[in-house]
Design a protein around this ligand. Structure first.
Ligand SMILES: *[C@@H]1O[C@H](CO)[C@@H](O)[C@H](O)[C@H]1NC(C)=O
Ligand SMILES: *[C@@H]1O[C@H](CO)[C@@H](O)[C@H](O)[C@H]1NC(C)=O
Ligand SMILES: *[C@@H]1O[C@H](CO)[C@@H](O)[C@H](O)[C@H]1NC(C)=O
Ligand SMILES: *[C@@H]1O[C@H](CO)[C@@H](O)[C@H](O)[C@H]1NC(C)=O
Ligand SMILES: *[C@@H]1O[C@H](CO)[C@@H](O)[C@H](O)[C@H]1NC(C)=O
Ligand SMILES: *[C@@H]1O[C@H](CO)[C@@H](O)[C@H](O)[C@H]1NC(C)=O
Ligand SMILES: *[C@@H]1O[C@H](CO)[C@@H](O)[C@H](O)[C@H]1NC(C)=O
Ligand SMILES: *[C@@H]1O[C@H](CO)[C@@H](O)[C@H](O)[C@H]1NC(C)=O
Ligand SMILES: *[C@@H]1O[C@H](CO)[C@@H](O)[C@H](O)[C@H]1NC(C)=O
Ligand SMILES: *[C@@H]1O[C@H](CO)[C@@H](O)[C@H](O)[C@H]1NC(C)=O
Ligand SMILES: *[C@@H]1O[C@H](CO)[C@@H](O)[C@H](O)[C@H]1NC(C)=O
Length: 514
């Protein structure tokens, strides 16, 4: 007779506990991020008829161009954007990572007011803005290594570490003190530099109202700097902590920063989907991540970005892409979709992976529709995702099956067999009672019914599948078709109630903190 109340208490406890100690990171768990480069997403005004021809310099994308095309992002199902750095850059810095004047907005992309308008327009649609920021370096100097003429506010040689270039990436001292290629490396130990960077991020949050930051080159800065920077920023930060495929090394930057991009998963998926290795690569990586990260549920998940060849460049197979994207959208973490992936872009290394999105804002292309459908499902089942619970039920060379939700309400099957093959497996020793039924979210006639702790699952044409536990189906709909299934109603009411309590706790927590 404990069923409903016990369940409510348990679910509430699970949702509430993590909420109270880290409010902003918790809030970001409801987000799906669309990553874009401002210069490449869209120009002000009409859509140009042809794509940008020279990807090595400015293509013409602007803040206003993003505002004009927010429907494209919103309709896809993303509710946050990560945009490239906004500060004025040295010549050719279309990507934004070559700061020249930290206090000015890159005039190629618009004005300060237009950037504010962008944030405002996003917030009106409940789209959050994650700004990309760099505290490690400035843009490459002209003429001499030490020519910082016109750099603001770091125009003196003593603002930087002594000259050297990173060559041994396993020597952490070198990674922190030397230059990444030609980029002058700021010395955060100089009080002027440290204070200026901390004041800058504080003022940027106050001025523009960004909801979070993506922090570039996090491993190239000494760790002690990041907690100060995080405190000064006042919002959620997600760092780029990539230096080879080293899970615990990357994990060491969560703590100094609230979150980092999940590079270990990126490399594991690359092996499983692009390099013909086993799907257990993902399984193994997850086990290691749980040891090496403080909280795997707030890491950023991605299949590609502006620094790596696009997924379809490595493997020209949209079925494989769909499987990898399905993990990104349903696995534990915050999903990130790199612009153009939804249009099957397949550019190689930088700058080929930084195509202009124009002229193809096709909202009926098959991958756009696939992502849109999956994200709609994710939002509909949103109540199950903030919980830090993912269970890998099964993994072998070609198939991985995992569940989400305290009661395994969502079951996801992904495969690396590719578009020309089917795969069928019988899973045994499942932790479910007989007659437990999972329903395919796309085809209600495709079900998995547990018998003797076992069921057989088939994926056709290498495509992934997502199933929902029978009584969890339709839980978020307010129609009356649910009558007659009591356990189903209990779950729905309980989940919503727990969510409401969690929000109250968060709110009270924020009052105590401030
Ligand atoms: C220093 O850089 C500026 C542009 O940033 C350039 O105009 C100037 O010629 C450079 N000076 C030297 C000595 O190279
Ligand atoms: C750096 O900028 C400051 C403030 O504009 C200026 O006073 C100083 O002379 C500049 N230093 C150099 C080396 O140009
Ligand atoms: C960085 O600045 C600190 C404090 O001024 C100084 O002691 C140190 O030598 C500088 N490091 C380098 C590599 O320039
Ligand atoms: C690491 O790099 C630093 C700075 O370049 C250098 O002084 C040190 O000798 C290097 N350590 C090793 C073990 O190579
Ligand atoms: C990968 O990218 C390179 C450079 O953009 C391009 O030449 C090549 O055709 C691409 N390969 C695929 C499979 O798209
Ligand atoms: C969008 O993509 C769909 C499916 O590939 C295609 O049929 C349609 O012609 C495309 N529309 C445009 C405007 O390119
Ligand atoms: C991988 O998944 C299987 C379930 O198929 C599990 O038994 C095994 O412990 C997992 N391995 C690791 C390293 O997590
Ligand atoms: C995969 O399954 C589909 C539908 O069941 C079937 O039409 C197709 O021939 C199968 N493909 C292979 C390679 O067995
Ligand atoms: C299940 O339904 C889909 C349409 O939703 C249909 O295409 C498919 O053939 C059906 N499969 C079976 C096994 O009935
Ligand atoms: C149930 O499964 C177990 C092992 O998985 C097997 O030994 C047993 O015979 C099965 N029982 C039935 C009724 O199929
Ligand atoms: C979910 O609800 C819709 C609309 O009420 C209904 O058509 C559909 O069959 C339901 N799905 C399942 C799996 O019960």
């Amino acid at each position: 007779m404990c069923e409903s109340w016990c369940l409510c208490v348990i679910v509430t406890a699970l949702i509430t506990v993590p909420v109270s100690h880290c409010r902003t990171a918790e809030e970001w768990k409801s987000r799906v991020i669309y990553q874009l480069l401002t210069d490449r997403f869209g120009p002000s005004g009409p859509v140009p008829v042809s794509p940008c021809a020279d990807l090595r310099s400015y293509c013409g994308g602007t803040f206003r161009g993003i505002v004009q095309r927010l429907d494209y992002i919103h309709d896809l199902g993303a509710n946050a954007i990560w945009i490239s750095p906004f500060v004025e850059n040295t010549d050719g810095g279309f990507h934004g990572y070559w700061a020249k004047d930290m206090y000015s907005v890159n005039p190629h992309m618009g004005t300060k007011q237009e950037l504010m308008d962008l944030v405002h327009a996003c917030h009106q649609r409940d789209i959050w803005v994650m700004m990309d920021v760099v505290a490690n370096h400035m843009g490459p100097p002209m003429g001499s290594r030490y020519n910082f003429t016109g750099y603001v506010p770091f125009n003196e040689t003593w603002h930087y570490h002594d000259y050297c270039v990173i060559s041994d990436w396993l020597n952490q001292t070198e990674v922190e003190l030397c230059r990444l290629s030609t980029l002058p490396d700021l010395n955060q130990s100089v009080p002027y530099v440290r204070d200026a960077l901390l004041a800058w991020i504080h003022d940027v949050t106050a001025e523009y109202g960004f909801d979070g930051y993506r922090v570039d080159t996090a491993v190239e800065v000494q760790k002690w700097f990041w907690p100060e920077f995080t405190a000064s920023a006042g919002v959620f930060l997600m760092g780029e902590a990539n230096n080879g495929d080293r899970t615990c090394y990357t994990g060491g930057y969560q703590g100094p920063l609230p979150s980092v991009l999940n590079f270990p998963l990126y490399w594991a998926m690359r092996r499983a989907f692009n390099e013909g290795q086993s799907m257990t690569q993902i399984n193994k990586s997850l086990a290691l991540q749980r040891k090496c990260f403080k909280d795997t549920s707030v890491l950023g998940l991605f299949v590609d970005n502006h620094d790596f060849p696009r997924f379809l460049n490595l493997s020209d197979d949209t079925a494989l892409l769909r499987n990898a994207l399905t993990y990104v959208m349903f696995g534990q973490g915050i999903p990130i979709i790199y612009y153009g992936t939804e249009q099957d872009f397949h550019g190689g290394n930088d700058p080929h992976n930084r195509e202009s999105l124009w002229p193809c804002y096709n909202q009926t292309s098959s991958t756009y529709l696939f992502v849109k459908g999956m994200l709609a499902m994710r939002h509909r089942l949103a109540v199950y995702f903030p919980l830090n619970n993912q269970v890998e039920l099964y993994a072998d060379d070609h198939l991985m099956v995992f569940t989400r939700g305290a009661l395994s309400q969502i079951l996801v099957a992904i495969t690396n067999v590719g578009q020309n093959a089917n795969i069928t497996r019988t899973l045994t020793n499942l932790p479910f009672k007989d007659k437990t039924t999972f329903i395919n979210v796309d085809h209600a006639n495709d079900t998995l019914v547990v018998q003797n702790a076992s069921f057989t699952i088939s994926l056709q044409h290498g495509y992934p599948k997502v199933y929902v536990l029978e009584f969890a189906v339709n839980t978020t709909q307010s129609d009356t078709s649910r009558r007659g299934n009591r356990s189903h109603d209990v779950i729905t009411i309980c989940a919503l109630w727990a969510w409401a309590v969690a929000n109250v706790v968060t709110f009270v927590g924020s009052l105590l903190v401030h």
